[in-house]
Design a protein around this ligand. Sequence first.
Ligand code: PNS
Length: 164
Amino acid sequence: MKRAVYPGSFDPVTFGHIDIIRRSADLVDELVVGVLQNNNKNPLFSVQERVNILLDVTKDMKNVRVEAFSGLSIDFVKKCDAQFLVRGLRAITDFDYELQMAQTNRIMSRDIDTIFLTTSLEYAYLSSSTVKEVAYYGGDISKFVPKEVVRAISQKLNIQKKSD
Ligand code: PNS
């Protein structure tokens, strides 16, 4: 059984992430999307909210599982009994960090390989933080994220603005 883990913050999931999920799921028997819990980036969405959104947007992908994890990604990959860790590469600016992470992970576990997929060109500019910023200032994010995320962000920001 070929299994891969795609770890990330997914705060929130974008069309770029979904593109990587769909394409990497085609390469393996099972893909586990790992949603990082111990995130010091002060996420907009709780880990459970991020998992729920991902479950919703991947419900048509039969070999995709979504799980929260904390700690090291490589430990989660081992726990899932997976052989591959998937990451998307948007541009050269991602490369330094991703290479460092892949090499460190490779030292920590020789049995697990990182697979990089190049992000499809139409999503190469896209990041979760840009989406949050555009949404925060009232911009239209429907070209960047699925409708489930548009709805969730607008609810979240309405709640935040009311409590400010
Ligand atoms: O979606 P992101 O924020 O780019 O994902 C980054 C992520 C979650 C893959 C990375 O921060 C990570 O693996 N964090 C868990 C701790 C860890 O394993 N760090 C890397 C050691 S080389």
